[in-house]
Design a protein around this ligand. Sequence first.
Ligand SMILES: NC(=O)c1ccc[n+]([C@@H]2O[C@H](COP(=O)([O-])OP(=O)(O)OC[C@H]3O[C@@H](n4cnc5c(N)ncnc54)[C@H](OP(=O)(O)O)[C@@H]3O)[C@@H](O)[C@H]2O)c1
Length: 367
Amino acid sequence: MKPTSHPHTWAIIGASGFIGLRALEGLHDRDGVTVRPVVRAAASLAVLARRRLDWRIADPRDLPALTDALRGCTVCIHAALGDPFQIEQMATIAYQACAAASVRRLVWLSSASVHGQNPAPGTDESSPIHDRHLLAYNNAKVRAERRLEKLSSDGRVEVVRLRPGVVIGPRSRWLTDTAADLRANRAGWLDEGRGVCNSIHADNLVHALRLAATVPAAAGHAFLVGDTEPVTWRDFFLPIAAHLGLPATAFAPATPAALVAKREPALAALTQSRLYQNLGDRVPERTKRLVKALAAAWPDPAPAHDAWTLSRPPASQLTLEQTLLQSCSWKLPHTKAASLLGYAPPVPFAKGLAASLAWLDFAEGPR
Ligand SMILES: NC(=O)c1ccc[n+]([C@@H]2O[C@H](COP(=O)([O-])OP(=O)(O)OC[C@H]3O[C@@H](n4cnc5c(N)ncnc54)[C@H](OP(=O)(O)O)[C@@H]3O)[C@@H](O)[C@H]2O)c1
């Protein structure tokens, strides 16, 4: 397909994913913007097939292919995900491809987890970030941001980094995973869900993406973005349980007490190594996904004595990520996004969650 040249063509890399797809739905054909979805494989087009779209297929780690896919675009929104090693690589290649294709602005989907899932009270964008988190994902997001800051010092592409927290909306894994845990009788919570959930409805994030793509003063900045209301995990969990006809007691109590630290599983650590990277590029993506799925389904071995370890209450089986998230006591502010971007989240939390639950019914069909 021949690249088109249009002053308001925005590429979305990872347009088949949860956020990429919602961004496409919210941005395409509005305010004179045409969205060009960029996906890694033909199979990823299936979810986009109901619309007539000027799509491209390019692996986000293939510089020449990505450069070709971005030609004629003024803005590139990066919503692809990979393993930790790939996240860092994607940042470099996205910048280089944007520069080579004369894309004016790259909007990079970072994450609030650059500050950790349980950030210290007072944390905002001015707080220093580090790459010594327990979760490799957080560290990769930090390193990706650093790479982009360094690369953009050449002035060839404006970079805006967005740091959303827990993104809720149709197709959100936070919603589908919680519903699945409830149905399987394995849902758990800490302190009855009183921890802070730094939520953001996907449509509020799309609003932030639009501003990040267009507001001149945003260039070079990172922005925390979230819902307006302070939200607890309880506020998120209980409506889901009620929707499924379950009481609050469907969530088993879990205790964080024995959390000291936990090395990530060997597989996750392996994906960050250079050996994996060298081998990984020669292994088909489908094979890698199969191996990861098998590894994820494999029972955890007993923790070694020297491993940092998280004690799991038998009923709830919280992951380390869930434990850290539910221990959070700080609502990350979006004051900077409000003042510099004019960010004003249009979707109230309760309304967004209700609409997401309606989507869940639609997606799962009659029961
Ligand atoms: N979801 C959240 O709550 C949340 C919160 C904070 C930040 N974020 C960030 O937002 C971005 C999008 O997240 P998401 O939740 O929308 O993710 P997602 O639903 O998993 O979508 C990821 C997208 O990346 C593509 N992808 C996955 N692995 C890839 C690989 N190895 N190489 C190339 N492409 C690959 C997927 O393509 P296929 O469709 O072909 O698999 C899909 O289009 C990520 O950067 C994530 O870190 C998400």
